[in-house]
Design a protein around this ligand. Structure first.
Ligand code: S3P
Length: 440
């Protein structure tokens, strides 16, 4: 558990690319493993979460290897041909990996036990078990629906019509993946739109899928048991990782940075819209599309930020970015109010509780609500403290970003958790002018 320390920085300048998108990387491996032939993936995130999904897909029968140039080769078995794994599938810290693969296994005639670290083992799985049971799958494990859990997939799945009760792309995607090996038409109703990477990936691989906008939400129809053919994929940079460099540049006087090749899916850009509402200078340059996902380069300059009431309806499009938004809010004049984000309590940690605790520790005034918080910004915080990360990578990176601008350095108790989503975070930030290193 190496502690990392972040010391005040002068200004950030230069040009970087951030690692591949985590959500898209999981899905690229899964879809490649279901397609016949060899799919090539460039830009795959090589973070622990995604590597655990790769290992799990290998255990389920896919042939997956990385070549020396960093391209991933995935040879699939076809929909319906997953093999019985020999051992439990260890999903580490990843809710996405666990929930998506539970969906996949649910409609195959195999069983798989899912395990994970202490953080993942406390997260709610009933939200996927309930719809997957309707396909015919059964589960054994803890009464409260936490890992370890064993999924007994069904040999004769029935298509379902399911309205997703929480705004969750993981639940939606688990149902979509279960639908792939289910004969007939599965319909998923999503009252609040969430990230649509699975939908885009299904289209890319030739799945018969229609998406209809309805009453502010979406209706997704999927015809099951398609024959998927291998496809190439280029994974864009993760906007959720870019977010740390964006906020670091915004709050550090004199900064001017360029982040190349950032994915800008409309269901992921809530943070950037919010920061712009707060007065941030963020320019989207060279906008283009790659493998069905919008991408651009981001130029970010230091900006004087002002507090706003963040629209609660934006929560699904920035759900992973509230911790780093809190850091921006600490430097914005006035009180930034964030509500409608109750889902933060069931992420890798209770992110509302941990942000409130950590912000108070560094000297920022914050009020806690059940579904969010209000951060009073404007004064340079004291810092000079140790933050508990509770196995949460985004808590660690958020406070290290904050430490660039506090009066005294900020230390996080466990820097290793950052490996789950952003390998190379500290050296990359340091290449821009940050001072993040191991604490002695
Ligand atoms: C993800 C969906 C979101 C997000 C997570 C990745 C995905 O979770 O927080 O980091 O890849 O589908 P929820 O589905 O729980 O909202």
């Amino acid at each position: 558990m190496p502690q990392l320390i972040s010391s005040p920085a002068e200004k950030l300048t230069g040009r970087i690319t951030v690692p591949g998108d985590k959500s898209i990387s999981h899905r690229a491996l899964i879809m490649g493993a279901l397609a016949l032939g060899e799919s090539l993936i460039t830009g795959l995130l090589e973070g622990e979460d995604v590597l655990n999904t790769a290992r799990a897909m290998q255990a389920l029968g896919a042939d997956i290897r990385r070549d020396d140039s960093g391209v991933w080769h995935v040879r699939g078995r076809g929909v319906g041909a997953l093999k019985q794994p020999d051992q439990a599938l260890d999903m580490g810290n990843s809710g996405t990996g666990a929930r998506l693969l539970m969906g996949l296994v649910a409609t195959h005639p195999i069983s798989a036990t899912f395990i994970g670290d202490a953080s993942l083992s406390s997260r709610p799985m009933k939200r996927v078990m309930i719809p997957l049971e309707r396909f015919g799958a059964t589960f054994s494990g803890a009464e409260d629906g936490t890992l370890p859990l064993t999924v007994m997939g069904t040999a004769s799945p029935l298509p379902i019509r399911y309205e997703v009760p929480v705004a969750s792309a993981q639940v939606k995607s688990a149902v979509m993946l279960a639908a792939l090996n289910t004969p007939g038409r599965t319909t998923i109703i999503e009252p609040v739109p969430t990230r649509d990477h699975t939908e885009r990936m299904f289209r890319h691989f030739g799945v018969e899928i229609t998406v209809t906008d309805e009453k502010g939400g979406r209706v997704i129809d999927i015809m099951g048991q398609p024959e998927l053919v291998a496809r190439s994929m280029a994974v864009p940079g993760d906007p959720s990782s870019a977010a740390f460099a964006v906020v670091a540049a915004l709050i550090t006087p004199g900064s001017d940075i360029l982040i190349e090749n950032v994915g800008l899916n409309e269901n992921r850009i809530g943070l950037f819209l919010t920061l712009k509402d707060m007065g941030a200078q963020i320019d989207f340059l060279n906008a283009r599309e790659e493998c069905g996902e919008p991408v651009a380069d981001l130029r970010v300059r230091h900006s004087t930020l002002k507090a706003i009431n963040v629209p609660p309806g934006r929560a699904p499009s920035m759900i992973d970015e509230y911790p780093i938004l809190c850091v921006a809010a600490a430097f914005a004049e006035g009180i930034t109010v964030m509500r409608g984000a109750g889902e933060l309590r069931v992420k890798e940690s209770d992110r509302i509780a941990l942000m409130v605790e950590g912000l108070r520790k560094v000297g920022v005034q914050v009020e806690e609500f059940e579904d969010g918080m209000a951060v009073t910004g404007g004064a340079v915080p004291e810092g000079g403290c140790l933050i508990a990360t509770h196995l949460d990578h985004r808590i660690a990176m958020s406070f290290l970003t904050l430490g660039l601008r506090t009066k005294n350095p900020v230390t996080v108790d466990d820097g290793s958790v950052i490996e789950t989503s952003f390998p190379g975070f500290a050296p990359l930030m340091n290449s821009l002018g940050a001072h993040i290193g191991e604490s002695s």
